[in-house]
Design a protein around this ligand. Structure first.
Ligand SMILES: [Zn+2]
Length: 223
């Protein structure tokens, strides 16, 4: 078969360019290596970022391995340390002339789901953005409080100054709670939850959902 014009051109041009000099070759090799090192590093960073991000996301139920929650005894009440701190909070606020009422502590998954329906499929205002299993209340690590006035009314008034010391009682309670180690829902950037106090012991909701539990005994406590 007679080669066509294009084939001849390709053959000729391949001959016209000689193989690179060894020095060039070396340089190219170095450049390729450098690039691949950079790519590996970039990939590593992306993976790391993804892992960090993923840990903060609630895991979809269909991805949740079934046996990861099988062996864990369900939480049925307040964590003992949280319970002790709650009693301490009641005592210390009482000393400051403020009577508080703990309106909520441990909440079951079902109770949380019912609360989540409020303001959505059910009547009433929206009071939570957490479904069952997604609130620290479901692991006995959060409490909600309200103020009780001298005439027995329960109020959620952030301005109220019942002990007459010129400070808001609510914020006095919050500050005592923080000293006891609670974090306050009023500090949250998105949905501010003013009555909410929690102790997460460094555990994310995802970890708790996966069955991790804070130790019952404080690790630093000396017998
Ligand atoms: Zn709460």
């Amino acid at each position: 078969m007679k080669p066509n014009r294009q084939d001849i051109m390709v053959t000729r041009s391949a001959h016209e360019f000689p193989a690179p000099y060894p020095a060039d070759h070396e340089r190219n090799l170095r450049r390729v290596k450098r690039r691949s090192r950079r790519n590996t590093l970039l990939l590593l960073l992306i993976t790391l970022g993804f892992i960090i991000y993923w840990n903060k996301l609630p895991i979809p139920e269909f991805l949740e391995p079934e046996n990861s929650v099988r062996d864990i005894s369900p939480v049925t009440g307040l964590h003992p340390i949280v319970a002790a701190k709650q009693n301490e909070l009641i005592r210390l606020t009482g000393k400051a002339g403020i009577t508080i009422l703990i309106t909520d502590g441990f909440r079951s998954k079902e109770e949380q789901d019912a609360l989540y329906r409020q303001g959505r499929s059910d009547d009433g205002p929206i009071v939570t953005h957490a479904k069952g299993g997604e609130s620290y209340h479901n692991y006995g690590l959060a409490i909600d409080f309200a103020l009780r006035t001298d005439d027995g009314n329960v109020i959620w008034d952030l301005e109220y100054d019942g002990n007459g010391n010129g400070e808001s009682d609510w914020m006095e309670v919050v500050s005592i709670a923080k000293e006891l180690g609670f974090t306050w829902g009023g500090d949250w950037a998105s949905f501010r939850d003013y009555p909410h106090l929690q102790m997460d012991f460094g555990y994310s909701i995802r970890e708790l959902k996966n069955g991790k539990r804070p130790p019952v005994q404080a690790e630093t406590s000396i017998p």
